[in-house]
Design a protein around this ligand. Structure first.
Ligand code: SF4
Ligand code: SF4
Ligand code: FES
Length: 445
């Protein structure tokens, strides 16, 4: 069916929520409390629109579309309504943007520039609240910046069902709080930072580290487990340093992770910043080693399909038996996103027909003189007296023959997740200090 928005026809599903139709069509509709993965709450009133035939403005997050609906999102009168609501939201706000981590991606700032631009009418002092409350392992709260949208409390009530956060007090004393002795320590806690539309909730890890307008972004996939949550890698290159990754954010994908990540995956970016000290070795030495009779290779099940294919070809050329083994951790998975298989692409390994039999690997390994380790965690940090280990590694690793390779933040590739969904990921724009694995293998051909 069709509705009319700001005099333009828009196609939509009958019965859809008006705010979803507007958001999906990139029409600016300010909103604090509505979130596409939390649903409506109707508490902020920022999403007001004019509807033909209705006397008063209506909230778009509680309006369902029907044939013939005519909506105005941007008239002078509706903008005046939004301006008044925004002034109320900002009444006691400290406006400490210069020291706020959210500055640059804050909805209060954006909406003030879009609909506000007024001088404050407040003649009494602003209400003071606590500015740095430690909520738990990874999250800090500044109560003064909060707009009481209840996204964070709804996340812990409706999504994780852990219930750590609530809104207490009334009027200008209303504030987000945790009950004494119940810190926000659940494995998905940091999602509230991303859900918060303002700078009230900040990540202990990211706060005061970077201004967000200095960051570039790449669309990638978390490699923390076989769920394959969609992420944005935020990174930059600063003076005197090479590229540094500063955070992972969730990238919305309704088929996989909606708008959420687990804290383990979110913080796994740190490993990508570790520098690898490679032992001095060269291709000629490696080519000589590859002349040995008994050779075996173990490939990480978190490598991309493209990397695994190159390894397969390489092993075929040099007549090397190739295996891959999953990273199983029975204590990691849960009934939501996290899976016990902490490999990013074990389904890809199986699709390519790479042997995954532990017993076969053990007996081949036993007899081998040369072992090639393609970034598999099992063989890193281990020394075997009767064998020569050659590591191609994206993380720090001990050994005589170590070739540093670029990690997934610098790669484009494809992964297959635990449900068989094939997903592409893309690398950052800076070149890694280490070469890509496929380039190295190409040199060895
Ligand atoms: S802390 Fe943030 S997410 Fe929670 S109610 Fe306040 S503004 Fe909303
Ligand atoms: S559930 Fe798995 S894929 Fe998703 S963020 Fe956590 S570790 Fe990464
Ligand atoms: S987004 Fe509609 S009332 Fe808050």
């Amino acid at each position: 069916m069709k509705i009319i928005v700001d005099n333009n026809p828009i196609e939509c599903q009958e019965g859809a929520l008006l705010i979803d139709v507007l958001l999906d069509n990139n029409i600016k509709i300010p909103h604090f409390c509505y979130h596409q993965d939390l649903g409506a709450d109707g508490n902020c009133r920022m999403c007001m629109v004019e509807i033909k035939g209705q006397k008063r403005p209506q909230v778009a997050c509680d309006t369902f579309v029907c044939e013939g609906l005519e909506v105005s999102t941007n008239s002078a009168s509706i903008n005046e309504v939004k301006r008044s609501i925004l002034e109320l939201e900002l009444l006691n706000h400290p406006v400490d943007c210069p020291i706020c981590d959210q500055a640059g991606e804050c909805k209060l700032q954006d909406y003030y520039m879009d609909f506000g631009l007024y001088e404050s009418h407040l003649s009494t002092p602003k209400t003071k609240k606590s500015k740095h409350i430690d909520l738990g392992s990874n999250v800090m709260l500044d109560q003064e910046r909060c707009v009481l949208c209840a996204r964070c409390t709804r996340f812990t009530t409706d999504i994780t069902k852990t219930g750590e956060l609530g809104i207490i007090g009334r009027g200008d004393q209303a504030r987000v709080a945790i009950a004494p002795g119940h810190p926000l320590n659940n494995p998905y806690a940091m999602n509230v930072v991303e859900l918060c539309p303002v700078g009230a909730l900040t990540s202990k890890d990211f706060r005061f580290q970077q201004r967000v307008w200095f960051l570039d972004s790449a669309k990638s996939i978390c490699h923390g487990c076989s769920r394959g949550c969609n992420i944005i890698i935020d990174y930059n290159e600063t003076k005197y340093t090479s590229e540094k990754i500063h955070r992972f954010r969730a990238r919305r994908n309704n088929a996989i992770n909606h708008s959420f990540l687990c804290d383990y995956g979110r913080l796994s970016y740190k490993e990508l910043n570790e520098k690898i000290i490679a032992a001095p070795c060269n291709m000629e030495t490696l080519k000589e080693l590859l002349q040995a009779e008994k050779k075996v290779a173990l490939a990480s099940p978190s490598l991309s399909l493209e990397q695994l294919q190159s390894i397969q070809e390489f092993c075929k050329n040099y007549k090397i038996e190739l295996f891959s083994l999953p990273y199983i951790d029975e204590s990691f998975g849960d009934d939501w996103l996290k899976t016990n298989d902490k490999s990013a692409n074990f389904a890809g390994v199986k699709e390519l027909g790479i042997s995954t039999c532990q017993d076969d690997f053990n007996s081949s390994f036993e007899n081998a003189e040369i072992v090639l380790n393609f970034d598999h965690a099992l063989l890193k940090q281990q020394v075997f007296k009767d064998k020569t280990l050659v590591h191609f590694t994206a993380t720090p690793c001990e050994g005589e023959f170590v070739f540093a390779i670029a990690n997934f933040a610098h790669e484009n590739g494809t992964l297959i997740n635990c449900e068989g969904v094939r997903q592409e990921f893309f690398g950052t724009k800076y070149k890694s200090d280490a070469p890509r694995l496929r380039e190295l293998l190409e040199e060895l051909r």
